[in-house]
Design a protein around this ligand. Structure first.
Ligand SMILES: *Cc1c(COP(=O)(O)O)cnc(C)c1O
Length: 361
């Protein structure tokens, strides 16, 4: 019998150790006589947990003091509207870098709140997707901010370059790559991420924002979405998703125990390398992303004989490799290999891919 590995893109698998700890604490949290799910967010033990969670996140990402950490709801899609609501006015210009589905969706939503210029940065050459280097992005002189997505979850296209735009706000949707590699927070004005890819279960949204950008937002912004209100109330203006927050905290603790982000990044690179090598060394599997823009979180590939795709998905599932089917807008195979995916899961997938090619290639 093979072990079961879950390649879901999100909500995605959580570390086994985290699940066990949550399970052990489910009815009676730590030494208390109640469950985490049954207490007030004003409870001092809960507040202590929340403070520890922020402390650990700050440590993991090396977040400078002049950046604030906020937790909100509504996912990354919520932030697509919340960001312009908080940071700009109707007649302000914004630049939205488009490199795939999510960055384009963010641009479309922002149009409700400000003037949006979409900037395509994908070049396709012989079917291979390559992202234009940042110094060739056609940024508008008068733009209020630059928005982009460093990891397009559906197409597996990543922008690995660190942003270096002087005097321009840089806002990034880190939903599917937060905590996967070291970044320099100082290069960003605002980073946001929904939890269910690489942090924890769905329900909570992380925002890391430079303190001076938190100001009175425009009058119509709902209070629960207003960064100033979130900050004033320590992300508890309304009742937060307490259990989701707790699990994120367990994941941060787990990451520290793994050796922190530098260690995790090395493992992530090794995991992705194993998969891309198999794809590159075979005529049977194919990937259309230039090596410099390949995601280390979402490995997307096709079978050159596409008629074998459904069989691949069926047999891989029987082999213990779950949810390898990509989003329907693109098709093909996608292995989402976030921090929680152990290297053994990759090895089992590689073993299956070799077997499948031998059998049907
Ligand atoms: C999943 C995802 C989203 C959408 O997240 P929701 O929590 O469903 O709003 C947005 N951007 C990226 C990059 C994603 O991977």
């Amino acid at each position: 019998m093979n072990k079961i590995y879950n390649f879901s893109a999100g909500p995605a698998m959580l570390p086994k150790e985290v699940m066990i700890e949550a399970q052990n604490n489910f009815r009676f949290w730590n030494k208390f006589s109640y469950s985490m799910l049954e207490i007030s967010h004003r409870n001092s033990n809960f507040i202590e947990m929340v403070e520890m969670t922020e402390h650990n996140l700050r440590k993991l990402l090396n977040i400078p003091n002049h950046y604030k950490v906020l937790f909100s709801q509504g996912g990354a899609r919520g932030q697509f509207s919340v960001i312009p609501m908080n940071l700009v006015n109707k007649n302000d210009c914004t630049d939205y870098i488009c490199s795939g589905y999510w960055s384009t969706a963010a641009a479309e939503e922002a149009k409700k709140y400000c003037l949006v210029k979409k900037i395509n940065v994908i070049n396709v050459h012989n079917r291979i997707n390559l992202i234009l280097p940042m110094n060739q992005w056609k940024i508008n002189k008068n733009t209020s901010y630059i928005h982009y997505c460093p990891n397009e979850t559906i197409s597996g296209i990543a922008i690995h370059e660190e942003p270096k735009f002087t005097n321009k706000m840089v806002i990034c949707d880190f939903s599917s790559c937060i905590l996967s590699k070291s970044i320099n927070i100082n290069n960003y004005s605002l980073i946001y991420a929904s939890a269910q890819k690489n942090i924890g279960p769905s329900g909570i949204t992380l925002i890391i924002i430079r303190e001076d950008l938190i100001k009175q937002s425009n009058q119509l912004t709902p209070s629960i979405l207003d960064y100033q209100t979130l900050l004033t109330y320590n992300s508890m203006f309304n009742t937060p998703p307490t259990f989701s927050w707790y699990l994120c905290g367990l994941v941060f603790k787990w990451l520290i125990k793994q050796g922190g982000i530098e260690k995790i990044e090395k493992i992530n690179q090794k995991k992705a390398f194993l998969l891309y090598s198999i794809i590159d060394n075979s005529e049977f599997y194919i990937n259309y992303v230039h090596p410099s823009n390949r995601s280390i979180m979402n490995v997307v590939f096709w079978l050159t004989d596409s008629s074998l795709e459904s069989l691949f998905l069926k047999e891989s599932n029987n082999f213990g490799l779950l949810f390898l089917k990509n989003h329907k807008i693109l098709g093909g195979i996608r292995a989402s290999i976030y921090n929680s995916m152990p290297i053994e899961g990759i090895e089992q997938l590689v073993k299956f891919m070799i077997y499948f090619e031998k059998r049907y290639g």
